[in-house]
Design a protein around this ligand. Sequence first.
Ligand SMILES: CC(=O)N[C@@H](CCC[C@H](N)C(=O)O)C(=O)O
Length: 373
Amino acid sequence: MNWAIEARRQLHLIPEAGYEEFKTQATLEQLIRSLDSSRVHITHWRTGLFVRVDGLVGEKTIGYRADMDGLPITEETGLEFASIHEGMMHACGHDVHMSIALGLIKRAVEEPLNHHLVVFFQPAEEGPGGAEPMAKSELFYHFRPDALFGLHVAPEYPVGMVASRPGVLFASARELHITIHGKGGHGAFPHSGIDAVIVQAALIMQLQTIVSRNIDPMGSAVVSIGKVAAGTKENIIADTAKLDGTVRALSDKEMVVLESRIRQIIAGVEMTYNVQIDLEFGNRYHEVVNDERYLYQFEEAVEEVGYSYKTCVPAMTGEDFGYMLKQVPGFMVWLGVNDMGSGLHQSTLNPDERSIEVAIDLFDHYFRTVMIQ
Ligand SMILES: CC(=O)N[C@@H](CCC[C@H](N)C(=O)O)C(=O)O
């Protein structure tokens, strides 16, 4: 079996949460060391890795980023190499992303590039965010590339197709953590307590009016509550309730409205129900903004290799790769993995592995032809 596909299957078995990617890091390191090349230098950064492959001339440095973490989802693919970590799954394709990065390292070892190649194996993309601290680290400064590239699997596109756009590709995203402090009591005497469940329900419904009633219909924004928790037993009034969600926008203008309306709604609900509500916004993921010169050259490379390129619309997915692209010009593309039956963050996601070789061929060709500024 192809080396990169075999590597993907090994990685798929062991999905780990953000900053817990210990086995993943060790597996990557062992695979890279098996290439047995003096051109390759591996440096650890938390649970991630910086891997540099010396180029022949080395006047410029090309960067390539792959994220490493899995998601708290119980896998239902039935694959023979399905996750052995209970309740965890590579349901966002990061196993595919890592295997492509490994394949690119292998190609650069077997047939050295003119430029240096630095691969950033980045932890914690799904949260709390690894790209920002990685990009601010001294090591990033040391390995700093002149241009930086990455991809994300796209189940909705066929194998052999990549899609992207100049400018904003992915939205700005921010986690939302809300804790409601009510007052517990007996379910038979609700008037003696302050029911955190009722406050939670009211808050969920009010938060859902922000996009429909406060965002300009010509703009784009999302408020999604993905996790609710409250209560201990059917006949106990819950004293605490929690909500976790994500807010997304394609521009600062909408993000400012989202954040200020969330604060106002919470203040109003606090007053109405006589409760205290704690609000915590997580890290803000910067939008992914693609450099048009590099993307245009990539489009040409795709045609040269015989695959197809599609210009797509922006997506409301978040990607902390945006922080790295804020510092270094480059781009991200969607890679077609042909899985129409399921989508990202679903327990049945099963990317077509032929897409791994497609991406390796494409980016390897691009690294050999791109004009780095
Ligand atoms: C590509 C993808 O699915 N990325 C994640 C990024 C997570 C952002 C953060 N944890 C949040 O929830 O805001 C996404 O959910 O888009």
